[in-house]
Design a protein around this ligand. Structure first.
Ligand SMILES: Cc1ncc(COP(=O)(O)O)c(C=O)c1O
Length: 392
């Protein structure tokens, strides 16, 4: 049984905002959301912004990243993270990783150089594998750690909430996230100077920040609209119910698919408690990207087949950056099946998707002839080995 979704908002909760419009109201709803976010994560400060990408860009600026700096991030990432690094005029340096963003700490350490100004850890599908090892490396080298927890609201690593390990945690409120508001985002930090700089940058540097007077730098309008703040606060109150539902949906889909040749379920690494953002497998069938695309066509939305997820080091949009290859991450992402889940997905929806996955996997035969046999290797490829090297 999947627990029910949290109750939808009643229209009247938006009325106070509508009543105040169009007079400028100094964002009381965003301020109330920030207090609720800080309390829910037990951190000192939350800053509401207009998107997850804006949160990442703002975090980079607030951590002091400037033109010509290098930012280390996993090769297995979404393009929005690369876009944020580029918006900060920094150079992305991709690190070998598992398919869900777990960085190889040996490669990470090797790529730290005099221009390294920040590390971004990305928790794809809500998995935070190896996060404490990455955090240790960042601390040892005194490099700010930014977590992209956009897909990891409510996930835990070693008992601690995703987004609270780094100097800053960044989140998206886009539809489909565990706490959503249509669009939007937020940052979490325990550092007062980072919080001040982030708040100032978010609103055209109209606020003084950590010894920097107001209006002496250029910033952005990355403010979260007040109506979205109301919706986000309502949905944040339902976080535990939303988490319970998403985790149950992910577990049910995995159970319904069961043991299918050519699909190897990715189980959380020790100490990881994902939020159930997606149900995840490694595809060991031939032509895995084509298989993911086929599943999308057949009605199973997934990150490679639906959104063309590809390791950033091999992504066409990154080629002008001349990135170094990260073959392990590229191989792992090509074999990733991360099935997208939404709170509205019913048990019946999941049964239908499971049947499609089973049918397509057992009949997959991209090369003609007899149905192809899966490769014999099965691995938990999101899990780094003791040296931090992701197995693949
Ligand atoms: C891992 C990750 N990072 C960043 C983003 C960017 O968030 P937004 O779309 O709110 O800008 C997303 C959103 O989908 C995401 O999943």
């Amino acid at each position: 049984m999947i627990p029910p979704p949290p109750p939808p908002p009643a229209a009247h909760i938006f009325q106070p905002v509508l009543d105040r419009m169009p007079a400028p109201a100094h964002a009381p709803e965003a301020v109330a959301l920030e207090s609720a976010l800080a309390a829910a994560h037990d951190v000192g400060h939350a800053i509401a912004v207009s998107s997850g990408t804006a949160a990442l860009h703002t975090a980079l600026v607030a951590c002091g990243v400037t033109a010509g700096d290098e930012v280390l991030l996993p090769a297995a990432t979404v393009m929005m993270v690369v876009a944020a690094v580029q918006a900060a005029h920094a150079r992305p340096v991709f690190v070998e990783s598992g398919a869900l963003g777990s960085m190889d700490v040996t490669d990470l350490s090797a790529k730290i150089g005099p221009r390294t100004a920040a590390i971004i850890a990305v928790h794809l599908a809500g998995h935070c594998t190896g996060l404490s090892d990455v955090s240790d490396v960042a601390a040892r080298h005194r490099i700010p750690l930014i977590e992209d927890a956009c897909q990891a609201q409510g996930s835990r690593h070693r008992g601690r909430l995703a987004g609270t390990f780094g100097d800053v945690g960044c989140f998206s409120l886009k539809d489909g996230k565990i706490v959503a508001a249509g669009e939007g985002g937020y940052l979490l930090t325990d550092s007062a100077p980072i919080a001040e700089r982030a708040a100032a940058y978010r609103t055209h540097w109209a606020l003084p920040a950590a010894g920097i007077p107001a209006f002496t730098r250029l910033g952005r309008n990355y403010r979260l609209p007040e109506l979205s703040a109301v919706l986000a606060r309502h949905n944040l109150a339902g976080l535990e119910a939303a988490l319970a539902r998403r985790r149950a949906q992910a577990a049910l889909l995995a159970d319904l698919v069961g043991d299918v040749p050519g699909l190897c379920r990715i189980v959380p690494a020790d100490g990881d408690e994902p939020n159930g953002y997606s149900a995840v497998w490694e595809i060991t069938l031939p032509e895995p990207r084509a298989f993911a695309a086929r599943l999308h066509q057949a009605g199973v939305p997934n990150s490679v087949g639906t959104f063309g997820l590809r390791a950033a080091s091999a992504h066409p949009a990154c080629q002008e950056m001349n990135p170094a290859a990260c073959p392990a991450a590229e191989h792992a992402v090509d074999r990733l099946l991360a099935v997208l889940l939404l709170s509205v997905d019913t048990e019946q929806d999941l049964r239908e998707r499971a049947e499609i996955i089973q049918r397509e996997a057992t009949t997959w035969n991209p090369l003609g002839g007899h149905p192809a046999r899966p490769h014999p290797t099965a691995s938990s490829f999101s899990t780094p080995t003791s040296s931090g090297t992701p197995s693949s």
